[in-house]
Design a protein around this ligand. Sequence first.
Ligand code: DCP
Ligand code: CA
Ligand code: CA
Length: 366
Amino acid sequence: MELLENRIVFHIDFDYFYAQCEEIRNPELQNKPVCVCVFSDRGGDSGAIATANYTARKFGVKSGMPISFAKNRLVEQNAVFLPVDFDYYISISEKAMDVMKENSDVFEYVGKDEAYLDVTKKTQGNLEDAKILAMKIKKEIREKANLSCSVGISPNKLLSKIASDFQKPDGLTIVYPDKINEFLEPMKIRDIPGIGKKTEERFGEMNLQTIKDVKNLDVFALTKEFGRKIGTYIYNSVRGIDQDPVKEREPNIQFSKIMTLKQDSIDFDFILKDLKQLCDEVYEIISKQKKTFKSVGIQIIQSDLSIKTKSKMLKNPTSSLDELKRHSENLLKNILEEQKIPIRRIGVKVSELSETKEQSSITNYF
Ligand code: DCP
Ligand code: CA
Ligand code: CA
């Protein structure tokens, strides 16, 4: 068997992703605090901050915070609050993902703004070559997608994930095999991916704060406290041990189906028939692949061939055909309200996909 300790794994994560995309679209935003918001249906400022640029973060704005809190923290800062635009972020993400894919032996897509790359063969296991490759990837992502990202380099996914977060934004952190303990020990337990607030609190009750502190517990104590699976995970993680291979996984961000109407039309009932059929077809694909979706969109191509899209972010992920039809129907109604040019083609899209039954990722246990 190949020695897993001799691997070179990158974790690459885009910096303040949604907010950076907004800055790319409108460079004037760069010097201002920028908050990207998920506004809820209730209107006004109800909803949460998806992310904010680093200027806004200086004022304490964080992902998940209510929009009204963020507004309070940013009064008189000339801050900008924008609604999320997933389609746009995905188009930028795809360009950057292509760069990473081309530059890896094995490419594992994790989400819109991050991926793991196994580059052991490409770099012949040499960390200096790996550093040069990482700089090349950063440069190419900057050129092709205009995007800054942070890279973590180490022998495994766990350490690289922690390392990519270590010097953000625009970071590049290498964890050399003989410096693993030095790197990990001063960190908070919470810095281990998958360790949530509850687990941190339980360690707090035992008066353990840092990763070094946790190393005083043997594997029996840990499994007794957290169960075999999580206990072993923590035991290994605090020692920088992670055997999980980088698994080939392509972005699977969205599914869509599109068809041409029998004749150009702006008639709701006429178009609805086709729309429902498209929903059935999209549903068939995603149910086969056991996916849930959290966003529904429709696209129309008008008789002058120009394109319009509308989408709706749902509160919770779902795999229901009824919901897919209901939301698509509403979006169609919505579009037709202001539609003057006849529609030639119509499409349905689901995105924000996840596995129906979350895979056995450790994070699910916390
Ligand atoms: N996101 C969200 N809601 C959250 C957390 C994140 O909608 N509670 C979205 C917006 C982020 C994107 O996911 O731009 C990526 O999340 P990250 O945790 O990687 O954070 P950022 O990329 O925004 O910032 P950074 O990686 O620079 O810390
Ligand atoms: Ca990020
Ligand atoms: Ca991320």
